[in-house]
Design a protein around this ligand. Structure first.
Ligand code: ATP
Ligand code: MG
Length: 652
């Protein structure tokens, strides 16, 4: 079934094609090469980065359940921080590596050159070493979005310590769980984290967390606001004093390609967060390559990814990918709506941003504020726009394209996961046409397959949908779940033998382009028709009165599953029976009678993870009238939203 928005196609402009690293013919040729001879292809791509010891082996992978093992470049040695810093010093030592834009627009921005970055990272590496951190130790980073967060990541990489970043919005409990889960030696934090004009007391959160951790865990404290903190002599270390006195050189430690680089917990949208482990060589090759090609990054460009370093997007596309490429990467401490809804666009104008990468949740929020916030800013520097995190509904896509990009900028709708290390599917500027809401094409080396969810058999041909799996490995793939290889195999390799199971549903349209339909758990089966929740949500959000929508299935006597919609209205819209009827009719005409909502509940807010994703598993429980087992809610941004939804649950 082809829905109406699938037929809207935006080919790349001649200007985009002329500039792009890869054009349509180039993509076809490179993609074919990457699939027919992965060893040769990735052997060549591995040269993007510098090796202390070259590899002789490229790919060594076993996807068989029970013996899963993933290795790339496994006899090579390198250091990630040397690749992100030292190798650029001769040619671009005075180029800005990091632009820091503080939360408060009146505070000056900072431009940190590659030379300065080198000094700061070496000093931090010396400080950590003096605290007893050595190769293989785990270090927790619980920091605001300040340059010191990047220094901390790169200092760990320089020493060979494994970092695990905990988003600064997380509670002491969540922090303690991650300190203990990774058996960390040190927690790096800051006094306070300014964000959106408010301040989170990070150090006191860390103090509270450390009460539940081993006594010998040390705490390195960076001064951000200078605000008051408690100090525990012997346990707490003053970063600013120590780094000022530290040596500004530190020899990068030689790491095997398969030594772990970091552990990162997933968002927890579908269950208990998983401690995803990424390693050194393959991860960096993949992050660097995707950063350059997906965003069409060119030397001298200013690149901005609005994510937080607490998410994988911040790892691969604020720090490691861009810096490995010698790029100028912007770190923003604040939020899109502070001091007002113009902030993102002001920052774009101020720093002449060329590539801008954000999430649909931010776009939807800003779209709701009106275009005047955008129109007063000069966005002419923008060239590539990117989105990640959730399916982007065509409504938001069109706004991004027209109002932000002025119709000139390709939009890369990048589908990937914490587990994948980098983009797996996205249109490439200059190589592919775009369709609003479609991740379009696989990246090099990626073979997506659509499986029948029951039989696990590959569904051939186009205009089909099912479960999305990946046929073979790629260098950026996660290697294991920290301390639990069993769970790793069970989660990703048990249900569909011989494939990497993504957990997402997907549709390959009549042209062979890919659409992520949401998580497999979220696919609903109405009277035998399988439907992605994303599709119904997109239809709802396309109505003028609707700001946001989340759709789940619930048991229905006749249809098997019914369609339960949680709808957040625009500020100026009022809930009414008439509007309810109108929305039902609207969805029927947008998609078809089969998608007609059974229940619509007005929702002043939706339960979201701290990274802005809707937690449908909670909404499913509410729809099922099963409030007792909401599961892990520790990564929810605002737990009170759930109480409200339960209290106002619609009687069906
Ligand atoms: P958990 O695995 O703990 O439930 P999570 O899946 O939300 O959490 P992430 O790794 O942060 O953790 O998110 C990856 C998921 O986000 C993908 O599997 C997919 O469902 C969704 N996603 C990311 N980018 C896109 C995109 N461009 N289009 C559609 N969906 C996307
Ligand atoms: Mg996931």
């Amino acid at each position: 079934m082809t829905t109406q928005h699938e037929s809207v196609v935006y080919p790349p402009s001649a200007e985009t094609v002329a500039r792009a690293h890869v054009d349509a013919a180039g993509y076809e040729q490179m993609y074919a090469a990457s699939i027919t001879d992965p060893d040769a292809f990735w052997g060549e791509q591995g040269k993007r980065i510098d090796w202390i010891k070259p590899y002789s082996q490229v790919k060594d992978v076993n996807y068989n359940f029970g013996e899963v093992s993933i290795n790339w470049y496994s006899d090579g040695a390198l250091n990630v921080s040397a690749n992100c810093i030292d190798r650029h010093l001769a040619t671009r030592g005075d180029q800005t590596a990091i632009i820091f834009e503080p939360d408060n627009p009146d505070e000056p921005a900072q431009n940190i050159t590659y030379k300065q970055l080198h000094g700061s990272v070496c000093r931090m590496a010396n400080v950590l070493t003096s605290m007893g951190v050595t190769k293989g130790d785990r270090v927790i980073i619980y920091m605001p979005m300040i340059p010191e967060a990047a220094y901390a990541m790169l200092a760990c990489a320089r020493i060979g310590a494994i970092h695990s970043i905990v988003f600064a919005g997380f509670s002491p409990d969540a922090l303690a769980a991650r300190v203990n889960g990774s058996d960390a030696k040190v927690v790096i934090t800051a006094d306070h984290a300014p964000r959106g004009g408010r301040q989170t007391p990070l150090k006191s959160n860390a103090d509270a967390a450390l009460l539940h951790c081993k006594e010998d865990v040390k705490c390195l404290v960076v001064k951000r606001t200078g605000g008051q903190t408690t100090w525990i002599e012997g346990r707490d270390y003053n970063y600013n004093a120590l780094s000022a006195a530290a040596d500004d050189s530190f020899a990068p430690v030689e790491m095997n390609a398969e030594d772990p680089l970091f552990i990162l917990y997933t968002s927890g949208s579908t269950g208990q967060p998983k401690g995803v482990v990424h390693t050194t060589g393959g991860y960096l090759v993949y992050a660097a390559m995707t950063h350059e090609i997906t965003f069409d990054y060119h030397d001298g460009d200013v690149y901005w990814c609005t994510a937080d370093v607490g998410w994988v997007t911040g790892h691969s596309y604020i720090v490691y990918g861009p810096l490995a490429n010698g790029a100028t990467t912007l770190m923003f401490e604040g939020v899109p709506t502070y001091p007002d809804a113009s902030r993102f666009w002001q920052v774009c104008e101020k720093h002449k941003v060329n590539q801008f990468y954000t999430a649909p949740t931010a776009l939807r929020a800003l779209m709701g504020q009106g275009n005047e916030w955008v129109e007063k800013c000069d966005l002419s520097s923008l060239r590539t726009l990117g989105t990640v995190g959730e399916p982007i509904n065509p409504e938001a896509w069109n706004w991004y394209n027209e109002v932000i990009g002025g119709g000139r900028c390709p939009i890369v709708d990048t589908w990937w996961q914490t587990e994948t290390g980098g983009h797996l599917m996205t249109p490439l500027p200059g190589a592919h046409a775009m369709k609003p809401g479609s991740a379009m094409k696989p990246f090099f080396g990626i073979v997506p397959v659509v499986l029948d969810p029951q039989s696990g058999v590959e569904i051939e041909g186009n205009d089909v949908d099912g479960v999305l799996c990946i046929k073979d490995s790629w260098p950026g793939q996660m290697r294991t779940i920290w301390g639990d290889h069993e769970r790793f195999q069970k989660t990703y390799f048990a249900d569909y033998k011989g494939y990497y199971f993504t957990g997402d549903g997907c549709k390959r349209d009549a042209d062979g382009d890919y659409w992520i339909t949401g998580r497999v758990d979220d696919v609903i089966n109405v009277s035998g028709h399988r439907m992605g929740t994303a599709e119904v949500e997109s239809a709802l959000v396309a109505h003028v009165a609707v700001a946001e929508a989340a759709v789940v299935g619930y048991p229905h006597d006749i249809k098997g599953q019914g369609i339960y919609c949680y709808v957040t209205l625009m500020n100026d819209a009022e809930p009414s029976d008439a509007l309810l009827k109108e929305l039902r009719t609207w969805v029927r005409t947008e998609i078809g009678p089969i998608a007609s909502p059974d229940v619509i509940q007005w929702a002043p807010g939706l339960p979201k993870t701290r990274s802005g994703k809707i937690m449908r598993r909670i909404l499913r429980k509410i729809a099922e009238n099963d409030f007792g087992s909401l599961g892990d809610t520790s990564t929810l941004a605002d737990p009170s939203v759930v109480d409200d939804l339960i209290a106002n649950r619609s009687g069906k």
